[in-house]
Design a protein around this ligand. Structure first.
Ligand code: HEM
Length: 257
């Protein structure tokens, strides 16, 4: 009962938003780290993708560990969104509190920024999974082998297309803004902020946000600008990129090499 009362209170909801947000930030830090394997070659990132599915296989079975992560992160996302909606409703219904005019305007702007950036991120996550994990939407051909994504070739082909690369750069910038404000409000929710520590907390929030932006955005940038080489399977015998490597949409729809 006490737990129910807690989750219905404004503070309880803020803590739920903060905890689920922190879980997702943790996921993003690990995801950004995982993406960095691409810089060590196609085998590295492909092996990392396999490792995600075979980790602790003796305990959870094939892909079991990844499914636990999916349930925790997906569950956090759902609870985060539902609780944010409930907080917004609760705040609207509450007796309007008098803020100074500038402070109120600032809060409204931040609230709207969080809401719209959240909606964009939510849409992106759905499309992103459908593109890179399931291959359901194929603006570029999706490659998989025995159920395992051949990650490097998928990244390479996707980010040869300028608008896909730019959408990713744009969205990860939005993710960074969302995380900056989110991380800062986590510190406020837990009451850790005070004049002495605020500088440190703001710097920490900015470091996480900028670090995530740079590491995520570097992937589309380096593939699109040709810094990252085409995968071996797209090279001809003379070691030149084959036509498939640059004419990405040429493979028939639904092609699964
Ligand atoms: C440029 C940035 C990004 C790149 C290059 C990228 C790349 C990828 C790739 C290649 C996969 C499939 C991995 C595999 O099957 O082994 C994946 C999965 C995923 N990504 Fe990203 N990602 C990026 C940004 C993001 C962001 C910003 C989010 C969340 C806001 C995100 C959330 C996810 C999720 C939830 C999955 C599904 C994991 C699973 O269930 O297997 N990604 N990403």
């Amino acid at each position: 009962m006490q737990i129910l009362r807690f989750t219905r209170s404004s503070l309880g909801k803020k803590i739920i938003v903060a905890v689920t947000g922190s879980i997702m930030i943790g996921f993003l830090l690990l995801h950004a780290y995982g993406n960095m394997h691409a810089y060590f070659g196609a085998n590295e990132i492909n092996d990392y993708s396999t490792w995600l599915r075979t980790f602790a296989e003796h305990l959870f079975g094939y892909g079991g560990f990844l499914w636990i992560v999916r349930v925790v992160v997906g569950g956090s996302l759902i609870v985060h969104v539902i609780t944010v909606i409930s907080l917004i409703r609760q705040n609207r219904a509450a007796r309007p509190v008098r803020y100074r005019k500038t402070s109120r305007r600032r809060r409204v702007i931040i609230g709207l920024t969080m809401l719209f950036s959240g909606l964009i991120i939510l849409t992106f996550v759905v499309l992103h999974i459908l593109q890179f994990t399931t291959g359901t939407i194929e603006p570029t051909p999706f490659h998989e082998s025995n159920g395992l994504g051949i990650v490097y070739i998928n990244l390479y082909q996707a980010f040869q297309v300028w608008w896909i690369a730019w959408i990713y750069i744009f969205v990860v910038a939005i993710v960074a803004v969302h995380i900056y404000h989110g991380a800062w409000s986590v510190f406020q929710t837990f009451g850790w902020n005070n004049a002495d520590r605020n500088g440190f907390f703001r710097a920490t929030a900015a470091t996480i946000a900028i670090g995530l932006f740079l590491s995520f955005a570097s992937v589309p940038v380096t593939f699109w600008t040709g810094i990252m080489p085409p995968p071996a399977s797209l090279m001809t015998e003379s070691n030149q990129p084959s036509p498939d490597a640059t004419a990405h949409v040429q493979l028939p729809q639904g092609h699964r090499p």
